[in-house]
Ligand binder design. Structure first.
Ligand code: TRP
Length: 335
């Protein structure tokens, strides 16, 4: 019987999505709305691989490796709490998949040093964190990231905009490989979250290293304290002073957790009818209500199941990863 080629196009092709996070501590509300909500959405329609990038953590924490394993567990707890379902998505730890490291070595042969030195995060991070991280491994960070993606032949990679240069680098490596050895690897496409960065309680971008985060694992009292201590519009000093919601981190939190009230809050802040103390009290309550289901799920997870989830995930990835490695070796005429 003849196969009708047009019939295939009516079945939407599933994308293969891959993303990862470094296990460097607990996740905050910015991760939830920026990344984890997307993870859950993608898992409904596409094939999804989510990796705990412990080898990437090693590039900056090689003197403090003792904390990595505990952070791996905390990270997976946060994912599960956010609703990531290990039945739908493959969850695994990078170092449990040795094929990633093997691919990294093979690809390292074809990557010009200048490509790695040119990636903007390389110089930026050394400036920020000091020369200690200027290691061979750290230079290879974006290549390792490409290997995470390429080993499962993912076509779509949800990331923040700070990662776009890594994706662009990765695409160039894939093109070079395919040009040298024949079409073997998939060129991955970045997809950005539609959610902008969340502001931290000090008005800068919410970031763990700034100590300005509202964490998924915080309790309600801690959350309330952090919200109350947050900066607001510095020109709104007294209750009835008019405020500028557009520059206020508390207002931005309202936009995430208290959407129906946002127009009224904006108007009352501008007119001076709403003072910052009341506004923060309302915000803290709304944040706690918003995070309650996540926190309840987190508290209900049996920590022992995490090992089983990660063992199962690693098994699943290794199957795919071995196929990719076999194809890569054969393309390079090693086998
Ligand atoms: N470099 C990413 C970050 O810091 C984490 C990461 C590691 C990643 N491997 C990945 C992201 C693969 C996407 C795909 O956020």
């Amino acid at each position: 019987m003849e196969v009708d080629a047009t019939a295939e196009t009516t079945v939407p092709r599933k994308r293969r999505i891959m993303s990862g996070m470094r296990p460097t501590g607990r996740l905050h509300i910015g991760h939830l709305v920026g990344a984890l909500t997307q993870y859950v959405e993608f898992a409904r329609t596409d094939e999804t691989f989510f990796e705990v990038a412990d080898l990437h953590a090693l590039t900056t924490a090689y003197e403090r490796t003792g904390e990595i394993r505990a952070n791996v567990r905390e990270l997976v707890l946060d994912w599960l709490a956010a609703g990531v379902d290990p039945e739908r998505s493959t969850l695994y730890v990078q170092s449990h998949v040795p094929q990633i490291s093997e691919l990294h070595l093979l690809l390292s042969m074809i990557v010009p040093l200048s490509w790695l030195q040119r990636v903007p995060t390389f110089k930026d991070q050394i400036e920020q964190l000091g020369g200690e991280i200027a290691t061979y491994g750290f230079l290879g960070y974006p290549l390792m990231q490409l290997c995470d993606i390429a080993i499962v032949r993912a076509d779509t990679v949800p990331v923040g905009k700070d990662q776009l240069s890594h994706l662009e680098f990765g695409r160039e490596v894939v093109r070079r490989f395919n040009h040298l050895y024949g079409s073997t690897l998939v060129e991955p496409q970045a997809t950005l979250s539609e959610f902008p960065d969340v502001d931290g309680t000090d008005g800068r971008k919410m970031h763990k290293s700034y100590g300005n985060t509202i964490d998924l694992a915080d309790d309600e009292e801690t959350t309330t304290k952090k919200v109350r201590a947050s900066v607001t519009d510095p020109l709104k000093i007294r209750r009835h002073d008019p405020g500028r919601p557009e520059i206020c981190p508390i207002f931005k939190l309202h936009e995430i957790v208290n959407a129906p009230r946002v127009p009224a809050i904006a108007a009352e802040c501008r007119s001076g009818a709403l003072g910052c103390v009341d506004c923060k009290t309302e915000c803290a309550e709304a944040v706690n209500i918003f995070l309650r289901p996540v926190r309840e799920r987190r508290a209900a997870i049996n920590p022992y199941t995490i090992d089983a989830i990660l063992a199962d995930g690693a098994d699943r990835v290794r199957t795919t990863a071995s196929e990719t490695i076999a194809d890569v070796k054969s393309a390079m005429k090693l086998v």
